[in-house]
Design a protein around this ligand. Structure first.
Ligand SMILES: O=C(O)CCC(=O)C(=O)O
Length: 267
């Protein structure tokens, strides 16, 4: 549940961290199951498609996994679906959205040592929710800080329009898109412990720097939601699911796509 202070803070800043939402034991299970699935490298049909990454790029070995909740035959699929539709998340998202939340996507980021980050961006550029915007629940699976590529957010930037991205510095970011920090605002680091959840508005400018640590992964399980009242969303997010697992229809639009497109670093 959310306090009035937390809701006000979310409305003002565009993000909110709920601490110790999952126990250390639950986080250990999630990490173990996903690391086991990834033990032999990228998994066809689950891992993000990589366009000609050099073999020594840490993301060639550990690309993010897309929509793991769509794999009920796998243990990781069940864990991802349980997270997406965790009944404890529903009232929080309902309060933040002021509408019924609908599950749209899950992703698992391994972000091993040496991996590039994801330049600042706005999620609703990809989800294309209209009217309104999407929402993320970002679960930390390791201690995260600036050194291992923890999340950065630009407080208040959710009140700006969703803009067309510029080109990112591909030595720092696996994704090619970059949204500049608006004048008078600044990006701040969000330090998190395993089990903490960062909720953020789909128009908030956010991203993460490279993992420059020697030996610390920065893993996270991420869920994205859309508000029931919206009319449109990008096709990539179909099927959409209520918290009771009923499927939901919307107008599916063909632009949009996964949050950030993974491409090679320039040589
Ligand atoms: O985990 C990251 O580094 C970035 C994740 C992100 O941008 C998102 O969940 O929308």
């Amino acid at each position: 549940m959310l306090t009035e202070v937390e809701k006000k803070q979310f409305d003002k800043d565009g993000f909110l961290v709920k601490r110790a939402f999952y126990s250390a034991e639950q986080i250990e299970v999630i990490n173990h199951v996903f690391m086991t699935e990834a033990k032999d490298g990228p998994v066809p049909g689950l891992s993000d498609t990589i366009k000609a990454l050099s073999p020594d790029d840490p993301l060639a070995r550990y690309p993010r996994m897309m929509h793991p909740h769509r794999h009920p035959e796998k243990e990781l699929g069940q864990l991802a679906l349980e997270f997406l539709l965790d009944p404890r998340l529903e009232p929080i998202l309902q309060t933040l959205f002021e509408d019924e939340p609908i599950g749209a996507q899950t992703m698992f980021y391994f972000k091993p040592p040496g991996a590039r980050g994801q330049a600042l961006h706005q999620d609703n550029f990809y989800l294309r929710v209209k009217p309104g915007t999407c929402m993320a629940a970002w679960l930390a699976l390791d201690h995260t800080d600036a050194e291992n590529g923890g999340m950065q957010v630009v407080p208040g930037s959710h009140r700006e329009d969703v803009v067309c991205p510029e080109t990112a510095d591909l030595s720092q970011s696996f994704s090619s898109h970059f949204v500049a920090v608006p004048q008078g605002m600044e990006a701040v680091n969000v330090e998190m412990e395993p089990g903490d959840i960062l909720f953020f508005n789909g128009s908030l400018i956010h991203g993460s720097p490279p993992n420059s640590s020697q030996n610390r992964f920065r893993r996270s399980l991420i869920a994205h939601y859309i508000p029931a009242a919206c009319e449109e969303v990008a096709t990539w997010y179909r099927p959409l699911m209520r918290f009771n697992q009923d499927l939901v229809q919307k107008d599916f639009v063909d632009d949009g796509g996964p949050c950030g497109v993974m491409i090679n670093a320039p040589h």
